[in-house]
Design a protein around this ligand. Structure first.
Ligand SMILES: NC(=O)c1ccc[n+]([C@@H]2O[C@H](COP(=O)([O-])OP(=O)(O)OC[C@H]3O[C@@H](n4cnc5c(N)ncnc54)[C@H](OP(=O)(O)O)[C@@H]3O)[C@@H](O)[C@H]2O)c1
Length: 275
């Protein structure tokens, strides 16, 4: 084994793909972190809220795949984790268009926690994940049961990225820190697609009518804690202004192959929505 890598959120939409792709290489000891404890040999207990779990996860790690914790004190938590692993190469998952966020905005403060404190770092700014369409906490059940996709996009398209492609970029950064240290990559799919396009493509593929619902942004954010309403509101404003529709070539350039299309993702997962 040439390197040890700690992967946060190893059961999550991106972390599980990073774990799988690193494990396939055969040259990497992978520690996949889960707040639900270690259930497989490659899993280590890791809870952002329980510092006693951190040393076993990070000690001796050459690199950390850091799925940004979406909590208010994320900048402080990320700073503290890096202090516990000062020599590790940090590969952070941020979000598309972070460069348009004010320097004192939450998204940028998380990035700065990495770029200021880590010895080596790579920032990934992905578009929205295609996998939200099959995630039970997002759209799996609404598509399957209600036949709707509800998103306050204002009708703007999004360059949806497959998390397997994001993971492929992350893995290249992890295994080749000399090339990717100090780099920031916007990571997208190959085309921008509106929610209406998405609904139409799923409808055609599964032979059932899916309706795209585009509610006003204010209604969607009502009741959210103030910091979250601000962060999510800012993100949706970047959807509305077309920032999330911009297509990047990072998957081609860094992973060496084209990114998967939404159409391919829908064809591959159609059975999940037919049930
Ligand atoms: N979803 C998108 O379209 C999208 C687009 C761009 C950027 N992002 C960003 O990408 C990052 C990852 O998002 P995601 O959608 O991939 O997340 P996700 O699928 O929800 O995965 C997050 C993981 O974090 C783990 N977790 C939960 N509580 C934890 C705790 N207290 N301590 C440690 N781990 C904990 C969970 O696994 P366990 O329960 O096993 O711990 C979960 O698997 C987020 O910052 C998100 O904002 C998301």
């Amino acid at each position: 084994m040439t390197r040890t890598v700690f992967v946060t959120g190893a059961r999550g939409k991106t972390g599980r793909e990073v774990v799988a792709q690193l494990a396939e290489r055969g040259d990497t000891e992978v520690r996949g972190g889960s707040s639900r404890g270690s259930q497989e040999p490659t899993t280590v207990a890791f809870d952002w809220r329980d510092r006693s779990t951190w040393p076993k996860a990070v000690n001796g790690a050459h690199a950390i795949y850091l799925g940004r914790p979406d909590v208010q004190d994320s900048p402080e938590l990320v700073t503290q984790l890096i202090a516990a692993a000062p020599d590790a190469h940090i590969v952070l998952v941020s979000e598309q268009g972070a460069e348009k966020v004010a320097a004192d905005g939450w998204v940028r403060r998380v990035e700065t926690a990495v770029t200021r404190n880590a010895t080596r770092w790579t920032i990934l700014r992905p578009s929205w994940f295609q996998q939200v369409l099959t995630d039970p906490r997002y759209f799996l059940d609404t598509i399957r049961r209600d036949r709707t996709i509800t998103l306050p996009t204002g009708g703007a398209p999004i360059a949806w990225v497959d998390t397997r492609d994001l993971a492929a970029v992350a893995v290249q950064a992890i295994v080749d820190p000399a090339t990717h240290h100090g780099r920031t990559y916007t990571v997208t799919g190959p085309e921008a697609v509106t929610t209406a396009d998405l609904a139409a493509q799923i409808s055609t593929t599964i032979g059932a009518g899916i309706t795209a619902v585009v509610p006003p942004l204010e209604a969607s954010l009502a009741g959210a804690p103030p910091w979250l309403a601000e962060v999510a509101g800012d993100m949706f404003n970047r959807v509305h202004d077309g920032t999330f529709a911009q297509v990047s070539e990072a998957v081609d350039r860094v992973a060496g192959r084209p990114p998967r299309t939404v159409k391919e993702f829908i064809a591959e997962h159609a059975d999940l929505w037919r049930a």
